[in-house]
Structures are given as structure tokens and as C-alpha cells.
Design a protein around this ligand. Sequence first.
Ligand code: HEC
Ligand code: HEC
Length: 426
Amino acid sequence: MAIISVGLLAYGLVNRADAQTGTTIVGPDGSNPHPVHLNLPPVQPLSALAQLGKQLFFDASLSGSGQQSCASCHSPKYAYNPPNKLTVQLGGADLKSFGYRPPPSLAYLYRQQPFSIGPDTVPDDVVVNLNAVAATAASGGPRAQKSAGTTHPTAMVPQGGLFWDGRADSLQRQAFFPALDPAEMANVSVAGIASKLTGADYRQQFTQLFGPAIINDPNRLVSEAMFAIVRYQIEDPSFHDPQKGNCAACHLSTVSADGLPPLFTDTQYEALGVPRNPHLPGNQNAEHFDLGLCGPIRKDLASQKQYCGMFLTPTLRNADRRSVFFHNGAYTTLKQVMDFYNLRSVQPEKIYPRDATGKIALYNDIPTSLHGNVDIKDAPFDHKVGDKPAMSNLDIQDIIAFVHTLDDGYTLTPKPVVANSTEGAR
Ligand code: HEC
Ligand code: HEC
């Protein structure tokens, strides 16, 4: 008997092997060999250099007009986009010169690769003969073509770099351009910027960070100032990665290894602690629990208690055509699903009923002894009771609108979205 169940267990594990790698999805010790972790930059206090950079970023006295800072065209209130509707921003010593292009956002630039031209299928460091590329293109050679779900012929694709034309290849070198551009911050020379820096309140921070000699070395002074601005853009969390619904950690939005468009699932199992559905016929029996991986329908993992309560992360494609959601159909609208993600950890009284003694019946579709399996680590479930919910009502409406675009038959027919109600958008 023992041998048979071991055999069955082994069969179950091998059967659920990852088709790409041939590795098992569930390790013999119950560990998950492919845990989903977004590798986000750690949120920690700004370094001294980044704090200096923050002052420089907002310092209008560093411009020829004395009235324009980096933030004038890249406003934090607008996610580092321009704060107005002008096609191009005004700048220059008199603030009357027109810029050439609309300023891009400064968010996420720490991830931008240096500029390169090459086949998009090989690493960036392959040296490309641009004359040969031009000749091939002139004779009607392959052009890059992007279409979801299809592979395209090898083509020489320009990629990476900063600015709309990629002409700056590091954030540090990039920062010199607006500082010296006559239509932007309009400084006349590096020495001119240096003398503004030495006259400013933060002069002492430069000598503390780089030594007293920096004051007499204009090139190095300005170069370090630009580097400080870079550190600010890289370190300050307002430039990247706000953790909200964190949907893509489990409902992956990346192209899969086979090159096909994303299915919005990592195909992994999670115990989200979805509330018990009193309308499910089997739930008339208070002792009945559907625990997914560990049974009662599936039997081979019954002894693997660490998986109890875990269910497959489903695709979000066509999810908006469903009338009931989650493995137990606990919810009937996408708005309710979103409220579950948003409130489970911070306002559990809105998600779970109260028991006979008036206590909130947390994770009431999983026996108490197995509550340790419920995910409390991944955002938005890492929040604590009383914390601000991870998503605003507007975020929720937007995500629901996005889920509608994942409908294979998506049309632009507007669908009603009702905020702040339990009978909300579908
Ligand atoms: C007068 C408006 C203005 C000011 C002031 C300004 N910028 Fe810009 N910024 C622009 C414009 C316009 C572009 C795009 C220019 C182009 O593509 O040729 C740009 C592009 C950038 C980019 C490249 C973004 C990308 O996606 O490639 C960075 C980084 C940047 N600016 C940082 C700064 C910093 C740092 C400062 C302060 C030292 C600054 N900017 C000041 C208008 C401005
Ligand atoms: C920690 C992983 C994880 C995160 C983060 C996550 N999901 Fe899920 N999602 C799951 C799992 C697992 C299920 C199935 C749970 C169950 O039925 O018990 C699920 C189910 C769903 C369903 C129900 C689909 C159906 O067919 O019934 C929807 C819709 C959904 N998720 C959308 C989202 C959205 C939108 C977000 C971001 C706000 C999100 N999920 C964040 C893992 C996750």
C-alpha cells in the first residue's frame, strides 16, 4: 500500500513537470522550485548622494533663467511628465524658446539599456556593420515586424538609449544636455554650472561627499552633480514600481518562453484564502472543505498538508465572460474579486462573516490548523489590518477595464463600471 501511494505521488509530481525545463513544479520537500518573486529595487532611505541629487533636481537656480529646474518639465505630480498641455515646453534664458520635442517621463529609466543596433535575437554586444545594414535595407532586405504571437525575420533593430532618438547612453551624460541646451536650462558652459553649484546652500554636501578639492575642479564638480541627479532618479521609489495589485506577479503579463503572447497566469498554485461560498451545495456540511491540491477530489497529495487550500492561478483571458469567480464561485462580479484582493488583509471584516462568538471568521473556507498556508507575503496580501488598501477605486476600475481587453472578442462597446458598490462592474 505504502509503495503504491509513493508511486502515485511520484507520478503526480512527474506529471506536473514544467514542459520547458523538464523540472518538477513541486519539490519533494514541499518547496516550490520556481517561486514567483518580482525582483523590485529595495525601498530604502535615499543615499547621501541621492539626497543631494534631489535638491539639484528641484533647484531652479541651476538654470540660465533662474526659474527652471529638471522638475519644471518632468514634474513628480505627473509621474515625471510635463505638468501642462503644451506640445513642447518653453525654456531658455528668457523662458521664451520653444523646445523641439515633448519631454518623455523619467520613470523606469534605470532599466533602459544603452543604445545599440543589431538583430533582436542576439545579445547586444555583437558588433554590427552599419554600412552592410544600410545596403541590405536599400535592396529590400528583411524589416522588423512585430505581431503578437508570430516570430519575425531577423532584422537590424535599433534599441535602447535615452531621448527620443537614443543619443545619450547614460543618465549621467544625458543630464548635461538639458543643463546646457539653449532652449532648456540654458547654461552657457560647464564652468557656469560649476560656479552656481559652489555658490549654493549644498556646497558643503559636495565637499563632504567628494572632498574639499572638488570645489576647484569644475568638470568633476558638475560631473558628480549629474551623477547625484542620476542616483536620485534611480533610488527614489517615486520613479518606479509602486506596489499596487501586484497582479502580474501571479497572472504573468510576459511573453512565454515559446514566444507566444502572455496568458496571464504563472500556472502555479496559491492559497488566497477566498471566503467560503454558502451557496455551494457541498458546503451545507460544515465539515466539508475543498482544499484543492490536497483533496478531497484530488487524492495523491493528501498527505502534503503544506499544499492544502492551494488552487491553480487561472488565466485572465476571457475571465470577463465568467459569471462566478474563484474555485468556489464565491464572487459573481470582477468588482467583488478586486475588493477581495484589496481588502482581505486590511479590512478582513468586509470579506469574511463573523462566527457565533462575533469574531471575524478569517480564511473560513480552510480549517484553522491549515491557515498557515494562506499567502500573506505577496502584495497586496502583505498589508496589515488597518493599512491603507493597496488600490484606489480608480485603480480598481482601470484594472477591470484592462481585464475586459483580455477578452478574445473584445470590442470597444463601453461597459458600465460602477465604483464603490458590491453589485459593480462585470
Ligand atoms: C525645458 C524642459 C526640460 C527641462 C528643464 C529638462 N528636460 Fe529633460 N527632457 C526634455 C525634453 C524635451 C526631452 C526629450 C528630448 C529629446 O528627445 O531630444 C527630455 C529628455 C530627458 C531624459 C530622457 C528620457 C528618455 O526617456 O529617454 C532624461 C533622463 C531627462 N530629460 C532628464 C532631465 C534632467 C535630469 C533635467 C535637469 C537637469 C532635465 N531633464 C531638464 C525637457 C526638459
Ligand atoms: C499571489 C498570487 C496572485 C496575485 C497577486 C493575484 N492573483 Fe488573481 N488569482 C490567483 C489565484 C491562485 C487564483 C485562484 C484562487 C482560487 O480560486 O482559490 C486567482 C484568481 C483570479 C481571478 C478569478 C478568475 C476565475 O477564472 O475565476 C481573477 C479575475 C483574478 N485572479 C484577477 C487578479 C487581479 C486583477 C489581480 C491584481 C489585483 C490578481 N488576480 C492578483 C493568484 C493571484
